[in-house]
Design a binder for this molecule. Structure first.
Ligand SMILES: NC(=O)C1=CN([C@@H]2O[C@H](COP(=O)(O)OP(=O)(O)OC[C@H]3O[C@@H](n4cnc5c(N)ncnc54)[C@H](OP(=O)(O)O)[C@@H]3O)[C@@H](O)[C@H]2O)C=CC1
Ligand SMILES: CC(C)(CO)C(=O)C(=O)O
Length: 290
C-alpha cells in the first residue's frame, strides 16, 4: 500500500515467492502498469500487478509517507486487508492504522531504496527488518510475516520491543534528517564538520533524555556515528523531500519527540527549533512554487 521507493523494493523482493499487488497512484501507477525497473544492488525489469485502489490481501505492507497514513487507513477499511504491517519511519503510524483497522503490526527496516523516476527504483542497501506487535507479544501474525519475508530472502526478525526500536530509529532520524535537509548536505557532513557534530550531539541528547523518561535507557552516540558513517554519501529522505518541494515527515519525527517530551515535562529546544525550521522551509518552498 503505497508503491513508492520502499514499497516497490519490498514488492519486488516479495514477488520472488508470493503474489504481490502494488497499490500506487498518479504517474507512479501509470509507470508501474508498464513494469518496474530496479537498479543498484540488482539490475532487473519486471512486470508487476499495479492497481490504484486498495485490495484484499493476506498481508498489507503500508509504505506511504506518515502524513498519508490516515487516508490510507480509512481506504483500507473497505477491503479485507489481512495483517497490516507498517514499515514506515516515525512515530504514530501504527496507532493511526489501529484506529481504523485490526491486526496492525509495527516494522522497522534499514533496507534502503530511492525512487529514481516513476516506475524505477534504486535498490540502495540491504539491511534488517524487525517486526513486532505494539503490545510486545510475539503473536502468530508476527511469526507469519517474518516467515514470509525470510522466504523471499529478506533479513527479518520477530521482536518483542518494536516500540523501543521505532523510537530509537526516530531519534537517529531526528538528528540526521532535519540538519541535512536545512543545510542541504549529505549525511557525512554531520561527522565531518565540527560545529554540526556539536549540534547533532545536542539534538541527540534531548532524544536520549526523552527515551530515558520512557524507560528506554540507551546511549546512542556510537549508533549515530555508525549510521552517519555508513550512509555518509546519502542524501537523507528529508533532504530529498525538500529538494523535490514535497512535504516531509518532520511532524512524525522531531514533532513526535517534542510532543512526547511535553507530555513528560522535558524541554527539547533543539528539537523544537529544527521542527519549526523544517516546517518553515516546507511553507517557504510551497510559496516559491506557487
Ligand atoms: N525509502 C527508504 O529507503 C525507506 C523508507 N522508509 C519509510 O517508508 C515510508 C515510505 O517511504 P518512501 O518509499 O521512501 O516514500 P515514497 O514517497 O517514495 O513512497 C510512498 C508512495 O506512496 C504513495 N501513496 C501515498 N498515498 C497513497 C494512496 N492513497 N494510494 C496509493 N499510493 C499512495 C505515494 O504517492 P505520491 O508520490 O503521489 O504521494 C508514493 O508513491 C516512509 O515512512 C519512510 O520514512 C523507511 C526505511 C527506508
Ligand atoms: C538513516 C537515514 C538518515 C539514511 O539517510 C534515513 O533513514 C533517512 O534518510 O530517512
Amino acid at each position: 500500500m503505497g508503491a513508492g521507493a520502499l514499497g516497490c523494493l519490498y514488492g519486488y523482493l516479495l514477488q520472488r515467492k508470493f503474489e504481490v499487488v502494488f497499490v500506487a497512484r498518479g504517474k507512479q501507477f501509470e509507470a508501474l502498469k508498464r513494469g518496474l525497473k530496479v537498479t543498484g544492488l540488482v539490475e532487473d525489469f519486471v512486470r508487476v500487478n499495479a492497481v490504484d485502489r486498495p485490495c484484499d490481501a493476506d498481508i498489507t505492507f503500508v509504505t506511504v509517507k506518515s502524513y498519508d497514513t490516515e487516508e490510507v487507513a480509512k481506504s483500507l477499511r473497505n477491503v479485507d486487508c489481512g495483517i497490516v504491517v507498517s514499515l514506515q519511519n516515525g512515530i504514530g503510524n501504527e496507532e493511526i492504522l489501529s484506529t481504523y483497522l485490526g491486526r496492525v503490526l509495527g516494522g522497522v527496516t534499514t533496507y534502503a531504496s530511492n525512487l529514481i523516476d516513476y516506475g524505477w527504483i534504486e535498490f540502495a542497501g540491504v539491511g534488517e527488518t524487525f517486526i513486532g506487535s505494539m503490545d510486545g507479544k510475539i503473536c502468530e501474525d508476527v511469526l507469519v510475516v517474518v516467515e514470509v519475508l525470510r522466504e523471499c530472502g529478506i533479513n527479518a526478525e520477530a521482536v518483542s520491543d518494536i516500540v523501543r526500536r521505532k523510537w530509537i530509529k526516530t531519534v537517529i532520524n531526528s538528528v540526521i534528517n532535519p540538519i541535512t535537509a536545512i543545510l542541504r548536505v549529505r549525511n557525512g557532513a554531520i561527522v565531518e564538520i565540527e560545529e554540526l557534530w556539536k549540534l547533532a550531539s545536542a539534538v541527540l541528547r534531548e532524544g536520549e533524555e526523552v527515551l530515558k523518561a520512557m524507560g528506554f535507557d540507551v546511549e546512542l552516540e556510537e549508533v549515530l556515528k555508525d549510521v552517519v558513517t555508513k550512509t555518509a554519501r546519502n542524501r537523507s529522505s528529508m533532504l530529498q523531500d525538500i529538494e523535490r518541494g514535497k512535504r516531509t515527515e518532520i511532524d512524525f519525527i522531531n514533532g513526535a519527540i517534542v510532543r512526547k517530551a511535553e507530555e513528560l515535562g522535558i524541554d527539547t529546544p533543539y528539537n523544537r527549533a529544527l521542527l519549526l525550521l523544517v516546517k518553515s522551509l516546507e511553507k517557504f518552498l510551497t510559496k516559491c512554487r506557487s
